[in-house]
Design a protein around this ligand. Structure first.
Ligand code: DGJ
Length: 302
């Protein structure tokens, strides 16, 4: 079995670097589909798949500058290139399968490629997990800024979009419509003024846990977590997790596999060319009587 070293850029089954940063894994039809940012060339989001979490086969550049665009709502802006024909930014893509519509629905953080002022949520869909996604544009949920984001799906199909609002000061939780194509309620404005980024949610034994980072651009910082009896229930205050740099990482997402919870994080390289050296970490996340503990392993805990 392949081993990956935490903090490095990993390779796919062809020996090519895996570019799926700020990512997400969706389990569907016996496969783990890993989606993430791919800032090379004209790509935005790339997808890899695996059955064992160590052999990652490249599937497709599922969202690119040339993706098909299809309007969905009047005020959803269709823009996959900036005014100069350059790239926009689509960060932290997350994908859910919607059982009612049969669509794979992607949500991401949209910026115009020049600065971080747009702070919008973007959506795209596809009929297959790794096909060419159709882009449906970006918007500001209830007019709010929306930056670092994640999704969470309940067993009954109810889904939530969680994103950093008010210049990152607050973290909003939105319940999605049945088809996952819009927000239908702003259910929480969490930890106002705490500037939490990089949300990642999981449910362990009936309790919901959310990990977040502080805002320090690409530099890692002290991770924190909170818990709640329900997504729409009351969330606790924030407690520290890991060390002052969250063991050199920022949360990407949390994955449950065989009774274990895996913390996937990014070890960002930085701006410009350094971004492409960004690596991944997977640490075991353990829960003991409601408290979460992250284990800083050298090898990825896959
Ligand atoms: C921190 C965010 O978590 C990342 O996704 C990215 O937007 C960087 N900031 C950019 O500085």
């Amino acid at each position: 079995m392949k081993t990956f070293i935490n903090g490095t850029l990993w390779q796919d089954t062809k020996g090519e670097p895996i570019h799926a940063h700020g990512g997400w894994i969706l389990f569907y039809g016996g496969w783990y589909y890993w989606y993430g940012e791919d800032r090379r060339s004209r790509y935005y989001v790339s997808c890899y798949r695996s059955q064992n979490l160590t052999d990652w086969e490249f599937c497709n550049h599922v969202l690119t500058m040339d993706s098909k665009m299809e309007g969905y709502r009047v005020q959803t802006k269709l823009q996959l290139q900036n005014g100069d024909g350059g790239k926009v930014n689509l960060e932290r893509p997350k994908v859910l399968y919607n059982r009612k519509t049969g669509k794979f629905v992607l949500w991401a953080h949209f910026e115009n490629g020049k600065d971080y002022s747009e702070a919008a949520a973007a959506i795209a869909t596809c009929d297959t997990p790794d096909g060419d996604f159709t882009y449906h544009g970006h918007f500001n949920p209830y007019g709010c800024m929306s930056r670092d984001c994640t999704l969470f799906q309940e067993d009954d199909g109810t889904a939530y979009f969680i994103s950093a609002a008010r210049d990152n000061a607050d973290l909003h939780v939105y319940r999605l419509t049945d088809d996952y194509m819009n927000v239908e309620a702003l259910v929480h404005r969490l930890w106002q003024g705490e500037f939490r980024e990089a949300p990642a949610v999981t449910k362990i034994g009936g309790t919901y846990y959310m990990l977040t980072s502080f805002c320090t651009n690409w530099a890692p910082n002290q991770g924190k977590y909170a818990s709640a009896p329900a997504m729409e229930g009351r969330w606790s205050n924030l407690s520290d997790i890991g060390d002052a740099t969250t063991y050199g990482s920022q949360p990407a997402f949390l994955l449950q596999k065989d009774g274990r919870v895996l913390y996937f994080g990014d070890r960002w390289g930085g701006d410009g060319e350094k971004y492409f050296t960004s690596g991944y970490v997977v640490y075991p996340l353990e829960e003991h009587e409601g408290k979460l503990v992250l284990k800083p392993t050298v090898e990825a805990a896959l």
